[in-house]
Design a protein around this ligand. Structure first.
Ligand code: B16
Ligand code: MG
Length: 217
């Protein structure tokens, strides 16, 4: 049976949260706000624009639209500097094994990410050619937990929602997959991702037998 497997990017394929954190922390410093790594958790799966709004709320800082736009460009420029240094060593454990197993079994593979930098990141880590479709922050109008990004991924692979499996590390992403009527698989902390159909701490815990069960179901 042919299924569509839709992967989130940040936190599922690579850990770019640390780079987002460094760039947001630098911006926060400029308004005398000490942005912590713990606070950065709230930014996972959240769009760039919304992340800035949350940061300014945390700092209790009111900014003009013009200032916000300047900051968004600056933050992304700094983030891109980190991205340019990425290579294959940044791929999270066992991601290539899972992708290759799905390819060997002729399954659909798409990316469903909130990031507008998804393509350059996949290029940097040499995984771009594993994906038959890429839906990212440039293609959607509504952010996760809205299901748009995954619905578009399913459309691109010409697969019905019920035959789609989504791998996600964020609560908003799990909610988006559930809202789309897809099978959600959390990658991360089971207590945080308890709304998911299944949760694995990382792909190393997710066996080829489990993938085969999903394919056959
Ligand atoms: P960018 P994902 C998300 O990627 C990140 O988790 C989130 O922290 C980030 O703000 C968002 O992409 C936008 O990223 O600034 O590169 O457009 O987890 O949906 O793959
Ligand atoms: Mg993510």
């Amino acid at each position: 049976m042919k299924k569509a497997f839709i992967f989130d990017l940040d936190g599922v394929i690579v850990d770019t949260a640390k780079f987002h954190y460094l760039a947001w922390r630098n911006l926060a410093k400029g308004i005398d706000f000490d942005f912590t790594e713990e606070q950065n958790e709230q930014f996972k799966g959240v769009s760039r624009v919304r992340s800035l709004e949350i940061l300014l709320d945390m700092a209790k800082y009111t900014a003009t639209q013009e200032q916000k736009e300047v900051w968004l460009v600056q933050k992304n420029e700094e983030y891109l500097k980190y991205i340019q240094k990425m290579d294959e060593s940044e791929i999270l454990p066992d991601v290539p094994r899972v992708l290759d197993y799905l390819i060997e079994n002729q399954q659909g593979i798409a990316l469903g990410s909130a990031s507008k930098n998804a393509r350059p990141i996949l290029e940097r880590v040499s995984l771009l050619d594993k994906f038959q479709a890429i839906v990212d922050g440039n293609d959607v109008t509504a952010a996760k937990p809205d299901p748009e990004v995954f619905v578009k991924g399913a459309q691109a692979l010409k697969t019905e929602a019920k035959d789609c499996i989504v791998f996600e590390d964020s609560i908003a992403g799990i909610q988006a997959a559930n809202a789309a009527g897809m099978i959600s698989i959390g990658i991360g902390d089971p207590t945080v991702l308890h709304e998911a159909f299944h949760v694995f701490t990382n792909f190393t815990e997710l066996s080829n037998d489990f993938l085969q069960e999903l394919i056959a179901s």
